[in-house]
Design a binder for this molecule. Structure first.
Ligand code: NDP
Length: 296
């Protein structure tokens, strides 16, 4: 494998980087240095302390940060990525970012002879651990072909969806659907349980019927019915994704009242839950308001 650097060892970045480390020469950088040090010693990677060092000598640099804002910030300054890139390098941004920022980043890097692809992922932490993520890539065709084999380290379905920014747009719409589903499934199940229906039976029937979704098939059984509530994907990040989708719809001239409402409800939920809360915990708030527990 050509030299690859990975920046952003968060909940999903870490297991993605584990697959890259298993393939060969990997350099890692993380804002909290101790996390990069832990990764380097556990997975035989090289650790650096500045984004510039991460870019230096790398053919491919990958980022996985909360938003495009952090990606742009990492490019800046004397220790920024931009100072380290060699001409001909490729930046693959796996952040669930926003299309406008990515177009700006691509333009900025093109002037330095550096290619760019937005390549957000779907499949969650468990998909990252299993190496079965779906990756949606926004770039020109040649850049996609260059990125594909590196992305296959953790991706099972790797699709070119359009020019720079298109990957982020598809990801934002996908996660907006997740948010709408989460809220609607929570509301419906709360009412059914209050009316005396067993939560398990209701979920089984929905999953054998036309209302089923990832939320009803995976999230609710694994987190809500079990009462386990693991924290793998922060509510703050889903809220950010809905915000990106709302802007995307607005710019496309498509009215999105459902997404506007989902955005308002997620914003309220964030105010009531702690910053580290998982996205599925929105259903906990629905339970609290309804005075019911959806278990089974
Ligand atoms: P986390 O919050 O777990 O991790 C965020 C990472 O970004 C950490 O490495 C953190 O460093 C770093 N970071 C945060 N702020 C800054 C900053 N200002 N400057 C530099 N680095 C920073 O997020 P996830 O790993 O869950 O998500 C990363 C991206 O992947 C997001 O865009 C998310 O929407 C997307 N995603 C997440 C999924 C999931 O299931 N978790 C699923 C699909 C997509 P530090 O260790 O110092 O805090």
């Amino acid at each position: 494998m050509k030299p690859v650097s990975f920046l952003g060892l968060g909940a999903i970045g870490w297991p993605m980087a584990v697959h890259l480390a298993a393939r060969g020469s990997l350099t890692v950088w993380n804002r909290t240095v101790a996390r990069a040090a832990e990764f380097a010693s556990a997975h035989g990677a090289r650790m650096v302390t500045t984004p510039r060092e991460a870019a230096s000598g790398a053919d491919i640099v990958m980022t996985c940060l909360p938003t495009s804002r952090e990606v742009e910030t990492l490019l800046d300054g004397p220790d920024g990525l931009e100072q380290g890139f060699k001409s001909g390098a490729l930046l693959i941004d796996c952040t669930s970012g926003d299309p406008g920022s990515s177009r700006r980043i691509a333009e900025r890097l093109a002037g330095k002879g550096v290619a760019f692809a937005d390549a957000p992922v779907s499949g969650g932490v468990s998909g990252a651990e299993a190496g079965t993520l779906t990756v949606m890539v926004g770039s020109d065709r040649a850049t996609f072909e260059r990125a594909r084999s590196t992305l296959s380290a953790f991706g099972e379905r790797i699709r070119h969806v359009g020019p720079v920014g298109a990957g982020h747009a598809v990801k934002a719409v996908n996660n907006a659907l997740l948010a709408v589903n989460l809220l609607a499934v929570g509301e419906g199940l709360a009412a059914l349980v209050k009316a005396g229906v067993s939560a398990r039976s209701a979920v089984d029937i929905v999953n054998a019927s036309s209302g089923r979704s990832f939320v009803s098939e995976a999230l609710v059984p694994e987190r809500v019915l079990s009462g386990r509530w693991p924290r793998t994907f922060r509510l703050a990040l889903l809220d950010k994704d809905v915000g990106i989708a709302r802007t995307f719809l607005h710019e496309a001239g498509v009215s999105g009242p459902l997404l506007d409402l989902a955005g308002r409800l997620l914003g309220e939920a964030r105010e009531q839950l702690e910053e580290g809360a998982d996205h599925a915990e929105v259903i906990r708030l629905i339970e609290q308001r309804a005075g019911v527990e959806i278990r089974g």
